[in-house]
Every structure is written in C-alpha cells, then in structure tokens.
Design a protein around this ligand. Structure first.
Ligand code: AMP
Length: 415
C-alpha cells in the first residue's frame, strides 16, 4: 500500500464490533451450556502448526492443502501453517498428551479462528471462526448420532432458520479405494464432459467430482455409481444404526449418496447442515467420522467423530440477539474533585452496580445528555460538598449525606 494510503483490514477478513461481539459471546455461552453437560471439555490448540500436520491430516489432494493454506517459514526455516481446520490439531494434541490412556471416548469442544485462502464472498472469509466438537476413542454409532444431535440442538437454540441435515457414509478406506477405481473408470468413459479441474484430479481423487459445480460434471456424476451402494456389511450396519438413532431422536435428515466433504480424512458417517437462509455458501456446519486420521498422523488406530460449524454462518441465519444494556448508574462530575468522583465510581462497582463515569470533559448538562444516551437508569451527581441521586426514569432527584446513603437510595431506585 502506498504511504499515506487508507489502512483497511486485509481482503477476506473482518472486524468484530461490540454488537456483533455480544452475539458471538452469546453463541459461545450457548455452546458451552450444551457441550459441558454432555461431557465435552474445552480444548484450545495453537493457531499455527507444522505444515506437515495438515498435509498428512487433511490430505495432499484436497483444495485446502493444495491452494488454500496460509503457509510461512519461521526464522528457523520450519514450515508453519495457520490452521485451516480444527480436527488435525485436536488429534495431534490427543496423541501428544497421551489422552488415549484416559477413559475413552475423550470428548472435546473448541471455538476459535481458522484461515483459508479462498475467494472472499458473502459468508466466505479468509479468517473465519468455527465452533466444533470431537469424540475420540470409540467407533460406537451412538457417538456419531450424539455429535450430530449436538450440532442440531445448538442450531435450534441459536434460532437458526431453514436448517437441513444431509447424511451419508463413505465406508472404509478399502471400500473407498475399490469404489474410487470403479468411479474413475466410469468418469474416464465420459471424460470429455468433465471440468478441467476434475479431469486433472481423476487419478489422485475422483471422488472430488461430487464437489464440482461445473454443469457438465454435475450431469456426469448424476449417473455415476454410488459409494453408498458399495458399503461392506459392517459399514452398512454402522450407517443403519446411526440412522436408527437419529430417527429415534426425531431428527429429520436426507440421505445424500453424493455427499463428499472437502477433507480426505473421513470414513463411514459424513454429514452436513445447510440453511436455506444462506446463499451459495449454504453450509452451516459439517463433519463425520475419521477412524483413520490418528494413524495417518503416526499414532495408533484410534477412531473419532466430530464436526465444525461456521460461527459467522450460524449468526447470519439465526436470531441470537443481545441488546446493549445501559449502566445502572452514571456518575455526573460537578466539581467533586477527581479522587472523590473516582472513589464513588469504585464504591458503586464494588456494591455490584454497573457504573460508568463522565470521562470526556462534558458540561453538567452534557453529562446528563450522555447518561440518557447510554440508557443509564440512574445518576449519581458528585458535587463539591453534595451528593445526589437521580432516578432517570421519573426525573426525581434527592440529596444524600454520604456514599453509604447514596448506595441505599440507588438500590431503591433500581429495585
Ligand atoms: P469445513 O471445515 O470445511 O467442514 O467447514 C465447516 C463449516 O465452517 C462450514 O460449514 C462453514 O460454516 C464454515 N466455513 C468453512 N470455510 C469457511 C470460510 N472460508 N468462511 C466462513 N466460514 C467457513
């Protein structure tokens, strides 16, 4: 940027201002209230990790790893990457801290910023925030159902509109490999109709054809063989149980045989919550089972399941609302002297009132105006030798002898 140019937040990023910040805090509180009683403990992993973690965890052939990572070298020449997703880091932490020695499954939840170098548009940013849960150490289908229902409930409590759940299963890596070969042969037979991108990745990952928004590819994919029809007996039984548990819980879903998520580590269950209230970027949150991820990262074979949801997207479709609240008391400074006025403010706060004080040199009239603008319920006027309490609702004002009496009078006014 030229010297003296207007400084702006980088492309694809945004500032969170107080009103928005309060909604976020509210959503975070809703998350915590939901996850903690279900046995999910908070986890926080670094915002940057060794690049290799994502290359191995998320998958070399994914969009994320191929073109969306913010990667940089530290001063020791190590390649680091701003985390593009949360699961790989949580699994690394699980291994690094020997959490496999704790009673399984280990249930965790997280909240924080993630980074992807995507083309910015409404609901798609380069720095965004996700809330997520992971249940690691068991492949019991009830965990798949549990995490799905947690996200469903979070969206309900947040008042999210037009929510739908799509559900699929990717089976085991072996099934997927055999199916990939079958799919690749099929796609080759109609190669001319496919997008360049899908064609370029036919060898590495033909399943990504299902993710394409290219009309030719969509038409080809419609008639493609489906992975759901190729599941082995165990995976089919696992999927049937997940569905039965969701049915039992009364959670609607649509089976989507073409649901392929943008991350390579998924096995068996995959799901996505969308909202009709969003535009092209309709995904609110999604996830699935990742039974091979920890071994892919160099650990033992330990299964896991989880999801991540976009905080900005949830807020875009929900009615979480937190009005700013005016202070209980505004301290008007009318010649009391800085020490007395500041002491009064401290006494108010100590007594449990929300209190603010004039700090911009306004006239007394201006200070009352300011108290009104803030929505203060009452005012404490600190004069040279007087103290008075005013009820901003009725306009009644009366003098009090000392701060103890002022606190008592304010309690009455605010009752
Ligand atoms: P993913 O980690 O790709 O499964 O994404 C999970 C959720 O994170 C999505 O459903 C979105 O709500 C959100 N998300 C992913 N990428 C972005 C982005 N670039 N900007 C905003 N939200 C995103």
């Amino acid at each position: 940027m030229a010297a003296g140019g207007k400084l702006q937040a980088p492309r694809g990023t945004f500032d969170v201002l107080p009103e928005d910040g309060r909604r976020r805090s509210q959503l975070r509180a809703l998350s915590e209230e939901l996850f903690e009683p279900a046995g999910y403990g908070p986890v926080d992993t670094p915002i940057f990790e060794a690049t290799e973690l994502f290359a191995r965890g998320v998958g070399e052939t994914t969009d994320i790893v191929q073109k969306e990572m913010f990667t940089f070298e530290d001063q020791g020449g190590r390649s680091l990457t701003l985390r593009p997703e949360g699961t790989a880091g949580v699994c690394r932490a699980y291994m690094e801290h020997g959490m496999h020695k704790q009673p399984q499954p280990v249930k965790l939840w997280y909240w924080g910023p993630f980074f992807r170098h995507e083309a910015p548009q409404a609901g798609r940013y380069r720095q965004f925030n996700q809330v997520g849960v992971e249940a690691i150490g068991s492949d019991d289908p009830s965990l798949d159902a549990e995490v799905i229902l947690l996200l469903s409930e979070l969206l309900t409590r947040a008042g999210a509109q037009g929510v739908r759940l799509r559900l699929g299963s990717l089976g085991t890596p072996e099934t997927r490999r055999e199916y990939s070969d079958e799919l690749r042969d099929y796609l080759r037979s109609r190669e001319a109709e496919l997008s360049d991108e899908v064609r370029a990745r036919l060898d590495a990952n033909p399943l990504r054809a299902f993710d394409s928004d290219h009309p030719g590819t969509i038409a080809v994919v419609k008639d493609a063989p489906k992975l759901l029809d190729r599941l082995n007996e165990e995976d089919a039984a696992h999927f049937a149980e997940v569905r039965a548990l969701l049915d039992e819980a009364g959670r609607d879903y649509e089976i989507d045989a073409a649901l392929v998520r943008g991350l390579d580590y998924y096995t068996r269950t995959v799901f996505e919550f969308t909202s009709d209230a969003l535009g092209a970027q309709s995904g609110v949150g999604g996830g699935g089972r990742y039974d091979g991820l920890i071994s892919q990262l160099g650990g033992p074979h330990i299964p896991g399941v989880g999801w991540a949801a976009g905080i900005e997207r949830i807020l875009m479709v929900s009615d979480v609302e937190v009005p700013g609240v005016g202070p209980d008391v505004y301290v008007v400074r009318d010649g009391g002297g800085a020490v007395t006025e500041f002491k009064a403010l401290g006494a108010l706060r100590e007594a449990g009132f929300t209190a603010q004080m004039e700090q911009a040199g306004r006239s007394v009239k201006g200070q009352f105006k300011q108290a009104d603008r803030l929505g203060a319920k009452s005012v404490l006027v600190v004069g040279a030798d007087t103290l008075s309490v005013r009820d901003m609702n009725t306009g009644d004002q009366r003098e009090v002898p000392d701060i103890a009496e002022a606190l008592a009078a304010l309690k009455e006014v605010l009752a």
